[in-house]
Design a protein around this ligand. Structure first.
Ligand code: J2J
Length: 540
């Protein structure tokens, strides 16, 4: 079965091809071309392992032959939950070659989310590490597989444990016997930040994704001598494609794979490998900047630090730039597509105080009021967008698609933005019911659903409150008249339900009833204000 996918209208697809945005190559074929051009240059650095473009291409061929021999067929989905590693890169490209669609999961995700992804995407295989950061993925995978009969293969990158297949073990002599997909087909499924109780998957095609990577590389000044550090998890669009892994490999540069985004791992890698480019969320950039004062590693190779994923205050932007001693770029992006960048030659008032402007001349941006009318110039409104790399619909989500997209194909981002007189966008807030916790998007509805399952909780609302370290943290407001749980008990409850740590509320407060908006919805703005006031009353 082909993934359900809303293609661009034909006339636009043809236009994007005519303009050279979309090239007639799949992501798998791109690697052949890169290997032909950059053959013995180093493509990937993973700990002590260094892999050339030619070796990368050959390994991808062997893995593709292995996946093919296991019966994986074009259009089927495979859940990939691997840390940044050569295994992640080779497995994804091998799947791209076959037209099998990786569903990218972050290593931090746990049972509840993996289950929900399996429910939606019905993957036939699950690629996982043996252990990572103290967690054994093999156990989780076995439990998940028992609940999802369509999931017939567990493939471990590392020690197999109880007789599982391993990524290394399935490699076969390279034989390109299969017909690959078309460049207009879906290449991968990314996870959306989400506003609903269940996940939403974003189908990105070979052509649109390759275009986003290539155009981003150009804007960020990536060339054959660039060394990009993948610090954030590669399952995220930012380090994967903006320009990240894909954009760097396309130019013959080198990608250094970090297991974690902490400065303790990153600083030595930057110094040793001569890293020129990396991407961070603001919370991490602030941490790196504060660690710089006592960490003496040489970071002078850094030519650009990209910061995006959550709001970055102008003062923080300036402080980070001074502390790390390198140029910064603001990135306002979304896995659904649209990417806005400040440009390398922008003046300070743009780089420090705006989130830049769209990547492509064919990106269309509308800023509208609650009635869907375009606001007057300079006013704040919701950002709607469509263009050559912005999706036209989520995967298998017709009900959501009916409201998340306008009838003429614009994606409703849920972000409140305004356009400055010089054409840059400033993110002012959002209308979507989400918490942006240090760049990790948490759908309030998902957490509320779990909280309501607690025996003592009659109703729950989750809101964002400002946090100096994370930007925002989550506060659960509970109606729990009898035996209200404390934070520790609530955390244990959510852990047992398979929610990862970052989704557990950072604080709780209690309410007797909900404040309501004029049309009778829970007034979350008021709840957030109350949560903040209560918080400041309490001794910390
Ligand atoms: C404020 N909010 C921002 C910014 C994203 C590059 C960079 C980021 C993402 C990403 C990405 C923001 N200031 N600079 O995919 O390729 C919030 C907005 C947006 C949502 C998207 C990339 N940059 N945001 O963060 O899909 O609310 O992508 O709609 O995870 O993050 O989240 P996500």
């Amino acid at each position: 079965m082909k993934p359900s996918f809303h293609a661009w209208p034909d006339h636009l697809a043809e236009q994007y091809e005519r303009k050279g945005y979309w090239q007639p190559l799949t992501l798998g074929q791109h690697v052949h071309a890169w290997a032909a051009s950059f053959s013995s240059r180093i493509a990937l650095v993973d700990g002590a392992q260094r892999m050339s473009y030619a070796e990368l291409d050959a390994r991808i061929d062997r893995l593709a032959a292995g996946f093919h021999a296991l019966g994986l067929a074009a259009g089927e989905r495979v859940l990939v939950q691997l840390p940044n590693s050569i295994g992640f890169v080779t497995a994804c490209f091998a799947l791209f070659r076959l037209g099998v669609v990786p569903v990218l999961a972050m290593p931090a995700q746990r049972t509840a989310e993996i289950d929900a992804l399996c429910q939606l995407a019905e993957p036939v295989a699950y690629l996982l590490p043996d252990r990572f950061l103290g967690f054994d993925y093999r156990q989780m995978a076995e439990q998940v597989a028992a609940r999802h009969p369509a999931l017939r293969l567990l493939i471990v990158d590392g020690a197999p444990g109880g007789g599982h297949l391993t990524l290394e073990g399935i490699e076969r002599p390279a034989a390109r016997v299969f017909t690959g997909p078309s460049h207009r087909d879906v290449a991968l499924l990314l996870q959306s930040g989400g506003t609903t109780g269940t996940p939403k998957l974003i189908p990105r095609t070979h052509a649109d994704y390759a275009y986003a990577a290539r155009a981003s590389a150009e804007i960020c000044g990536i060339g054959p001598d660039s060394v990009t550090l993948a610090a954030l998890p590669l399952a995220h669009n930012f380090p994967l494609c903006c320009p990240g892994l894909l954009g760097t490999l396309g130019q013959g540069g080198r990608v250094v794979l970090a297991r974690t985004p902490g400065f303790d791992e990153a600083f030595p890698l930057i110094a040793i490998e001569g890293v020129t480019h990396t991407a961070l969320v603001p919370a991490l950039a602030r941490l790196w900047a504060s660690a710089r004062t006592w960490n003496q590693e040489n970071l002078s190779s850094l030519a650009l630090l990209q910061i995006g994923g959550a709001r970055l205050e102008p003062t923080a932007a300036a402080d980070i730039r001074t502390a790390l001693g390198c140029p910064i770029q603001q990135v306002f992006g979304m896995a659904e597509g649209l990417l806005c960048y400040t440009r390398l030659d922008d003046p300070d008032n743009v780089t420090l105080a705006t989130q830049g402007r769209p990547l492509s001349p064919d990106d269309e941006v509308r800023i509208v009021d609650t009635e869907g009318r375009e606001v007057t110039s300079g006013e704040t409104g919701e950002l709607l967008t469509r263009g050559p790399y912005t999706i036209r619909g989520y995967f298998r989500a017709e009900e959501v698609n009916a409201t998340a997209f306008t009838p003429d194909g614009f994606f409703r981002s849920g972000d409140l933005v305004r356009r400055t007189t010089d054409g840059n966008l400033v993110v002012e807030g959002r209308v979507k019911d989400q918490i942006n916790r240090g760049g990790e998007k948490i759908a309030a509805a998902e957490i509320e659903q779990h909280l309501r399952a607690h025996p003592a909780v009659r109703d729950a609302a989750v809101v964002a409150v400002p946090d100096p370290r994370l930007g925002e943290r989550s506060c659960a407001v509970l109606i729990a008249p009898e035996d209200p749980p404390d934070l520790d008990r609530l955390h244990a409850f959510l852990r047992d339900r398979g929610l990862p740590r970052h989704k557990w509320p950072d604080q709780i407060t209690f309410a007797r009833s909900w404040p309501l908006t004029a049309i009778g919805k829970i007034d979350k703005k008021q709840l957030a204000r109350q949560a903040l006031i209560r918080q400041s009353d309490e001794p910390r």
